[in-house]
Design a protein. Structure first.
Lengths: 544, 175
């Protein structure tokens, strides 16, 4: 894994080499046509960019040379000088030297000395003649060196997306070929299929790897954000960043950018107290904010942690009842985690007075939806008076997900493992009916259970009340978990656990949010992938 | 067919793909048809209007398949789709969609001038005239030429039936 510095250097190198190549092209053009304005403008611009980039990276000698060159090209552009006579060899040498210096950066070598060149450039600016020396032995080397291509390729993310989709389909076909070859049982075919499978695997990981970027590329934007928000809010905040080297799919990082910005702003604006309040509470005047990334199995955890005032569970509980999100008697029985989950409810966050009391809640539902769309999870932990931690659990890659396959009405469906809590088979005596809802007791918690068939195929009205007599024989139930709520889904039969490649639902059916997409099974069958957040919401909206 | 130069210039020949729905013949311009294939296995999709038969895997593309006989209520009783039916993959604006038909659709070349604007009475037969580009009369056949792009907009497919606005999030706010 690369360090950030190395990554930046590679990017600098790629850009600088590109500039160098363009400069060589334009100066050749200029030699043919010494008053060609487009070339002059380009050269001026390229020198300027190279100067800024080099100085930003600390390559001051390149910056210095580029600065001198820029000056001369500026003079030629404003017609104070002409690209003729002794100016020509000096500028050619200048661009060659820039090339050498860039290569020296790439090879980690010492920079060539440029004093004489700079001196000559200064002379040109002053209108004096440069001191030219014949360097005959240099020409061979020059001709060899110029043909050099960058080690880095810029690629549009769209192209990588396309590759990823193709690989996804290849994986599906791979599974199919494997299944078929096992059925046919021909040893040669089986061997070829196994080999194909291994190569397809490797290809998949290579493409996934090509899409990975360091979390640092997003984190690095935050010191400035934190400074600005802290200044505006009159807070004193120290930002710590951990795990910038953790790799994640570039598109995932893109999708969570706004969410992270939101959480950080919230943490400074509402979570952290002013220095006076902090001192009064016996805390250090400076607030701490930590942005961290770590891997946990196949997931990436990104945390936004503050040591501010924390979330007041009781005021959230009160507000949830006032907002009609939960009945008062039910609210009283909920534990702190369940209460904090209300913060992610759409109705909740709109209330401005809540944010001032609880210190949280501006648009958290938006954050939640963004994370849901990735098949991830958003968690919050908080200790009153000590701080709050938001955790984003994200998949490393969008395309491949672990899923549980099951059958309903002879059709195959998949549920992402990310939202699967457990799988149980229960007898009728394990159920109770309370208020028309089927309940079962799991690990000291009452979990509502619903027939998935009924949930999916029920019309627009509320679900009919559950009747215990309807539950006959053993029931296969998948317990899904979303936003701290567990829900049992009765299915016909469990099939297996499998990695699936989720394809987005094709238009115009993509308006049905119950399905996160489709996948193709090894048999070529189409399998719908259920979206647990939408299912949970549907159940809550339609429960009897 | 008269093939004089004059008529070619002023009256271009267009190609239709002709298929049967119920007892009538319908046509689509050939440019809109991507391919015709035996209907692949279809996975029923909950929460869609009944005429949306589900989704199918067409060479790796997942497409929705619809039944226009059901959509326009053209099916006579006891005339279920045969076990082997055909699906035309149609290119709509942003997506491909499958249309299920009972017989192999046939190509047919006609002169554009044959297509007449739909007369008023057509509104009586369930197909709203806005989907109809015109009527082509060829000898004793009458072919209704459909404007697929209008017929296959997302709102036509998903919202014509009042039943569709059903999945949780749509009406969540009142809960």
């Amino acid at each position: 894994m690369k360090s950030r510095e190395q990554e930046y250097r590679e990017i600098f190198m790629a850009e600088a080499l590109e500039y160098y190549n363009a400069m060589s092209r334009h100066i050749s053009e200029l030699e043919r046509n010494p008053t060609d304005e487009p070339s002059l403008n380009e050269l001026f611009r390229l020198m300027h960019n190279l100067k800024s980039n080099s100085r930003a990276m600390g390559y001051n000698s390149i910056g210095e040379l580029a600065h001198h060159m820029e000056t001369i090209f500026g003079l030629i552009r404003s017609k104070e000088k002409t690209f003729t006579g002794s100016v020509v060899p000096v500028l050619f040498t200048g661009i060659d030297t820039i090339g050498e210096m860039i290569r020296a950066v790439g090879a980690n070598e010492d920079m060539p000395t440029v004093e004489r060149l700079l001196d000559n450039l200064d002379r040109l600016v002053r209108g004096e003649e440069p001191i030219l020396e014949e360097e005959e032995d240099d020409t061979d080397e020059d001709a060899n060196r110029k043909l050099e291509l960058s080690d880095l390729v810029y690629i549009q993310i769209k192209k990588l997306d396309h590759l990823m989709n193709l690989v996804g389909e290849l994986i599906i076909d791979r599974d199919r070929v494997l299944t078929l070859s096992q059925e046919i049982g021909n040893p040669a075919l089986l061997m070829a299929a196994t080999h194909l499978s291994r190569i397809a695997d490797e290809l998949q990981y290579s493409v996934m790897d090509a899409r990975l970027v360091g979390v640092g590329s997003l984190f690095s934007k935050f010191p400035r954000v934190v400074r600005d928000v802290a200044t505006a809010e009159k807070k004193d905040v120290e930002l710590t960043m951990v795990g910038e080297d953790i790799q994640i799919d570039r598109n995932i990082l893109q999708i969570i950018t706004d969410s992270l910005l939101h959480l950080v702003r919230n943490a400074i604006g509402h979570g952290l107290e002013t220095p006076q309040e902090r001192v009064a509470a016996g805390k250090p005047a400076q607030g701490h904010l930590t942005l961290s990334a770590q891997t946990e199995r196949d997931d990436v955890l990104i945390q936004v942690q503050d040591d501010g005032r924390g979330i007041d569970v009781e005021s959230v509980r009160r507000k949830a009842v006032e907002r009609g999100l939960v009945a008062a008697n039910v609210a009283a029985t909920l534990d702190a985690d369940a209460v904090r989950a209300f913060l992610f409810e759409p109705g909740f966050s709109m209330a401005k007075e809540v944010t001032e009391i609880s210190g949280r809640g501006v648009g958290l539902d938006v954050v939640k939806l963004a994370i849901d769309s990735l098949g991830g999870q958003l968690r919050v932990e908080s200790v009153l008076g000590q701080g709050t931690t938001f955790t984003l659990v994200l998949p490393t890659s969008i395309a491949v997900k672990g899923a549980l396959l099951f059958q309903l009405d002879q059709r195959n469906y998949a549920i992402p493992l990310m939202h699967t809590d457990s799988v149980v088979s229960l007898q009728p005596e394990n159920f109770n009916v309370v208020g028309g809802v089927l309940l079962t007791r799991l690990q000291d918690e009452n979990v509502p259970v619903v027939s998935l068939r009924r949930l999916l195929h029920n019309g627009d009205g509320p679900l009919p009340p559950a009747v215990k007599a309807e539950v006959e024989g053993r029931q296969d139930i998948i317990i899904v978990k979303y936003n701290n709520r567990r829900l049992g889904l009765i299915v016909d039969r469990f099939l297996r656990q499998q990695d699936i490649v989720v394809k987005p639902m094709s238009k115009p059916l993509d308006t049905i949010d119950l399905f996160g997409g489709v996948t193709l099974l090894g048999s070529g069958q189409v399998c719908l992938v259920l979206d647990v957040p939408a299912l949970t919401r549907l159940f809550l909206a339609k429960r009897p | 067919m008269p093939d004089s130069e004059k008529s070619v210039k002023q009256d271009p020949i267009i190609q239709l793909i002709v298929f049967r729905l119920g007892e009538e013949e319908y046509g689509i311009r050939i440019e809109q048809v991507k391919e015709v294939t035996i209907t692949p296995e279809i996975a029923r999709m909950p929460k869609t209007p009944p005429f949306v038969k589900g989704i199918a895997n067409l060479r790796g593309d997942i497409i929705a398949v619809i039944d226009l006989e059901e959509r326009f209520r053209l099916r006579s009783a006891g005339q279920e789709m045969p076990a082997v039916s055909y699906t035309m993959a149609i290119e709509a604006k942003e997506y491909t969609i499958g249309i299920m038909v009972r017989e192999v659709p046939q190509p047919l070349s006609i002169q554009q001038s044959i297509i007449e604007k739909a007369p008023e009475f057509i509104q009586d037969i369930n197909i709203h005239d806005k989907y109809i580009e015109g009527i082509a009369k060829i000898e004793d056949r009458i072919i209704v030429v459909l404007d697929m792009l209008k017929l296959l907009t997302p709102s036509e497919i998903m919202q014509l039936q009042p039943k569709t606005e059903s999945s949780g999030s749509g009406s969540r706010t009142t809960a």
